[in-house]
Write a protein that binds this ligand. Structure first.
Ligand code: SF4
Length: 304
């Protein structure tokens, strides 16, 4: 893939900021070389993704969605991480497989899709495990199409239905429109969820929704909309209760607390009533210790 051609006038995400990333960074913080903050075996994804060995996760620096409550704000807002070559990124994928990873899990990778495709081409047939694209959902369908043939599993968030909320908390007024189209494309590419004999996911889509405090109605609207929009059985749903007020969430009183049991139960009750299959998180998961420390492990140790 000619990454330079794409990066000289970047429209990879719905921001379409047209940055020339050969010379500097766009809104998302993405420059010319991939930048990442951690690569390791992550045990806290859904059971069919983390399995017993862990998911071979690469946390990319920067983000086109900067949510005010982001748990990974050192990456998304502060662009913490180390620049690496495309070749090094391919090596990292192969190292994670050698460590026993069930999959390669690309977290917040939209702004590095061309470089990731080139890294996967370098790996070629030496990489034997599924590739997971783990996203905030704020994506262009054209960028998702580039991943056809490279990504097996999509893990998109759908964060908001109401544009006023997506603008207020993530500066993204057209969030639901972009995310819902992108998820439709992901379902088209990945097909129905498939698992191996040990229950480890091999392909398909898991739509994640992390319920926000004070916004139960928006969560419920998302459930109704995705049930209407996508064919039955074409995706799994992962409802998350782990919201923890962090970073700039204190600027908004209504989200300066954890979600209540009442709120979460109302949302899960509706998910059950609508017949979704998937995962529901225990409310005890709302703890800051589930947020990884970003210490560049797995990223820069072989660079010198
Ligand atoms: S990926 Fe980054 S540089 Fe490209 S359009 Fe989006 S915000 Fe701009």
């Amino acid at each position: 893939m000619d990454a330079d051609k794409i990066l000289e006038n970047c429209t990879l995400c719905p921001r379409k900021c047209h940055a020339d990333r050969r010379r500097g960074e766009g809104f998302c913080g993405g420059g010319y070389l991939p930048k990442a903050a951690k690569a390791y075996l992550h045990m806290w994804e859904e059971p069919c993704i983390s399995g017993t060995n862990g998911s071979g996760t690469v946390f990319f620096s920067g983000c086109s969605l900067r949510c005010c409550y982001c748990q990974n704000y050192p990456l998304s807002w502060e662009n913490f991480g180390a620049q690496i070559t495309t070749e090094r990124l391919g090596e990292i994928f192969l190292e994670l497989e050698r460590q026993g990873a069930h999959n390669i899990n690309l977290v917040s990778a939209a702004h590095y899709v061309p470089q990731i495709i080139n890294a996967l081409d370098i790996c070629g047939k030496r990489l034997h495990i599924p590739v997971v694209y783990n996203s905030g959902g704020y994506e262009n369908t054209e960028t998702i199409e580039m991943l056809d043939g490279y990504v097996n599993i999509f893990l998109p968030d759908i964060k908001y239905y109401d544009n006023a909320l997506s603008e207020k908390y993530s500066s993204a007024p057209n969030y639901f429109s972009a995310a819902s189209k992108a998820v439709g494309k992901m379902i088209e590419i990945a097909g129905k969820p498939q698992f191996d004999e040990n229950g480890i996911m091999q392909s398909g889509v898991i739509i994640r929704h992390m319920a926000l405090p004070s916004h139960r109605r928006d969560s419920e609207e998302i459930l109704r909309r995705i049930q209407d929009m996508y064919p039955p059985g074409s995706f799994l749903l992962s409802l998350m209760s782990q919201y923890t007020p962090m970073h700039k969430s204190g600027e908004h009183k209504e989200i300066s607390r954890r979600i209540s049991t009442y709120e979460y139960e109302k949302i899960t009750d509706l998910a059950v009533k609508l017949g979704f299959e998937g995962f529901m998180q225990e409310r005890s998961s709302a703890k800051e210790e589930y947020t990884p420390d970003f210490d560049l492990s797995g990223i820069i140790r072989e660079l010198s």
